[in-house]
Design a protein around this ligand. Structure first.
Ligand code: GLA
Length: 378
């Protein structure tokens, strides 16, 4: 069945055509995990699963309405003073609030959302909806909003309004990704650069929902902050954890869990630089880097799961698969594998089948290439 277009869905829901439509993709991160909120580097790609947001201003109502083709409910909020509802449209309402606070007053709106981004899989469906909303409203108000500004608005909505303590990677990836490139982001300065990327990527959704993810994520952020304070006692010049050297970590006297977290962040950041160098040279990333990243996330950052570990171990058994690792926050969600396109396609079915025999979950798989980031559609 052909998915419904945002334009048609808008017309079905609100009775006439939208004025502006923007779209933004989901993302996977190739390497650089849990480095973004430590001032480090990340290397995500956009993928060809997108969220479309269609908008029209309403001068005849004092409420905004928001409908989604994947949720039954039609939400509403007051664009003059958006309040958090705990519902899926908080991402939309949060963007409205941020634009009103920083750019221009947003009128009441009708908004329709369609998406083929798998929700809850850790592929940043929330960044996709927030970024697409920001761009669509930016276009409606003729703000000349850049993709980077849309990413910043979306990030502020997610952290400040919805209340998720995420770093900037997901919104930057969704807003700024390019076809055929990975996006190298220096999260301390928000500098970005596109690096040629010829990789095909197998995404394997373990079907294990977030559960722990929110609380464990907040705990890790706190551990990283404490590790930084300990390092700064000896090295006050280290402004962010990802900037520390292993020598500084060693001299700080960090032990136990805090030492493990700091070691992961410092070494993972170095792996991003190596991956970027390899991409620039050959368009591909050595598999060992992904495997080392996974081992570090499993053993030092302790955010893997038996399902993610199973995938990495088993994917690497297939000829033509080069590397594999968990991607995104961890604690369930998705893992990726890289390698020859045919090898990845051939591995997907058997991996999913044998996964279903091992675990009480069913996996979903996709083979993707780096896809274009957010854009105005009409
Ligand atoms: C989640 C967050 C990102 C990033 C990753 C881990 O996806 O939203 O900002 O911290 O986890 O790399």
């Amino acid at each position: 069945m052909k998915p419904v277009s945002a334009r048609d869905f808008f017309i079905d829901t609100f009775g006439s055509a939208p004025h502006h439509i923007a779209s933004a993709p989901a993302r996977v991160n190739l390497i650089g995990e849990h480095t973004d909120y430590n001032g480090g580097e990340v290397l995500p790609i956009g993928i060809d699963h997108r969220t479309h947001v269609a908008v029209r201003a309403r001068t005849d109502r004092d409420v905004s309405r928001v409908a989604s083709s994947t949720h039954e409910s039609v939400g509403s909020f007051d664009a003059r003073e958006p309040a958090r509802s705990g519902q899926w449209w908080d991402y939309v309402a949060g963007v409205v609030r941020e634009i009103s606070a920083s750019d221009a007053r947003v009128p009441q709106l009708d908004i329709a959302v369609t998406s083929d981004v798998p929700a809850g899989a850790g592929l940043s469906s929330s960044a996709a909806i927030a970024v697409a909303t920001a761009l669509a409203i930016g276009d409606l108000l003729a703000l000349g909003m850049s993709a980077q500004h849309a990413a910043e608005v979306a990030w502020r909505a997610e952290t400040g309004f919805v209340g998720v303590p995420c770093g900037i990677m997901d919104q930057f990836a969704s807003a700024l990704a390019h076809d055929g490139s990975a996006l190298h982001v220096w999260c301390d300065t928000m500098r970005t650069e596109h690096v040629r990327c010829d990789e095909h990527v197998l995404i394997f959704d373990t079907g294990v929902s977030r559960g722990l993810r929110q609380s464990a994520f907040a705990t890790r952020r706190d551990e990283c902050a404490r590790a930084l304070v300990a390092i700064q006692r000896h090295h006050p010049e280290v402004a962010q954890l990802a900037h520390a050297s292993m020598a500084a970590v060693n001299e700080s006297g960090l032990e136990g869990v805090l030492r493990k977290r700091a070691t992961h962040v410092v070494e993972e950041n170095a792996r991003v630089k190596q991956a970027v160098g390899a991409l620039a040279e050959s368009g591909t990333i050595p598999g060992e880097l992904l495997v080392a990243s996974h081992a570090s996330l499993r053993d030092l950052y302790e955010c893997s799961s038996p399902e993610l570990d199973w995938f990495v171990e088993n994917a690497l058994e297939f000829p033509g698969v080069r590397g594999a690792r968990l991607t995104g926050a961890g604690w369930g969600g998705c893992a990726i594998a890289t390698g020859e396109a045919e090898a990845l396609s051939a591995a997907a079915g058997p991996l999913a089948a044998s996964y279903a025999e091992q675990f009480p979950h069913s996996a979903r798989t996709w083979v993707v290439r780096p896809a274009v980031g957010a854009r105005i559609e009409e």
